[in-house]
Design a protein around this ligand. Structure first.
Ligand code: ADP
Length: 248
């Protein structure tokens, strides 16, 4: 497979923890501008795969390239964070006591001095960018609200907004709709589809209803490798996927 035109390229990647192979000969390609859903049973290797991409875990074997040419195995986690890969973990981690706008302001300014950001007036450029992001993440009406008062779903959206503020080329989003209401779940699918119009996105997800709403190619992992890949209809009718995951 050609690396040109890819945002993420894994080839023959393996990693073992104390002799246990969590990732085995994994190959995965995400084209620039693509959104992909990754599914699979607990222990399939989804988190470890994301850890490899962000440099938290170093693979024992294989190639990992970002944006076609950047060899991620040669960069450490701190380096990779500056390359334009944004990761959102399952639990929202926003600054509860700050307003929605100040959360975004901090994310826009990171890693500059926190105090100068909070006590300086918002520059018009930054205020405009905050407004743009708030529109994308459906929080325009919550701009000056304290984050602690947001619903769980709104906190997830705020955190997605904080990722966007850092202008990533690739977003890795882990189970964004866990704990959301049905309405929030559907809105999150719409929101991510809009973001995917201008970004490359990997969504790790268990909620098959949500994956259907995302309407993207699906990769099912099992025992550290790709078990099945293609449209959701293709993957969800694959006997092996039903046996190890969907049929349970
Ligand atoms: P998933 O995210 O799909 O549930 P993980 O990537 O978390 O799967 O885990 C894959 C396998 O690797 C599991 O069997 C898990 O127990 C094991 N594993 C993950 N991280 C470690 C670690 N740091 N040490 C030992 N085993 C690990």
């Amino acid at each position: 497979m050609e690396r040109a035109g890819t945002i993420l390229y894994l080839d023959g990647v393996s990693v073992a923890f104390d002799g246990f192979k969590a990732i085995q000969n994994l190959s995965f390609v995400l084209k620039r501008g693509e959104m992909r859903a990754i599914i699979g049973p607990n222990g399939a290797g989804k988190t470890t795969m994301m850890d490899i991409v962000t440099g938290k875990t170093r693979p024992d074997e294989g190639d990992v390239y970002f944006n076609g040419t950047i060899d991620l195995t040669r960069h450490d986690e701190a380096d990779i964070a500056t390359l334009g890969i944004g990761r959102k973990f399952q639990k929202p981690t926003v600054f509860e006591s700050l307003t929605v706008a100040d959360n975004l302001s901090l994310a826009l300014a990171a890693p500059r001095d926190v105090f100068s950001v909070l006590f300086a007036r918002e520059s018009s450029g930054r205020a405009r960018r905050i407004d743009e992001i708030l529109e994308i993440v459906r929080l325009g009406h919550r701009r000056e609200h304290v984050a602690a008062n947001l619903s769980h779903g709104q906190k997830q959206w705020l955190e997605i907004g904080m990722l966007l503020a850092q202008d990533p080329k690739l977003l890795l989003v882990d189970e964004p709709v866990a704990g959301m209401t049905d309405a929030e779940t559907e809105e999150t699918a719409r929101l991510l589809r809009e973001i995917a119009a201008t970004h490359s996105v990997v969504v790790v997800e268990h909620d098959m209803h949500f994956v259907r709403e995302l309407d993207v190619k699906v990769t099912c992992l099992h025992e550290g490798s790709v078990l099945s890949e293609g449209s959701l209809d293709h993957v969800s009718s694959d006997k092996r996927v039903i046996e190890v995951y969907l049929g349970r």
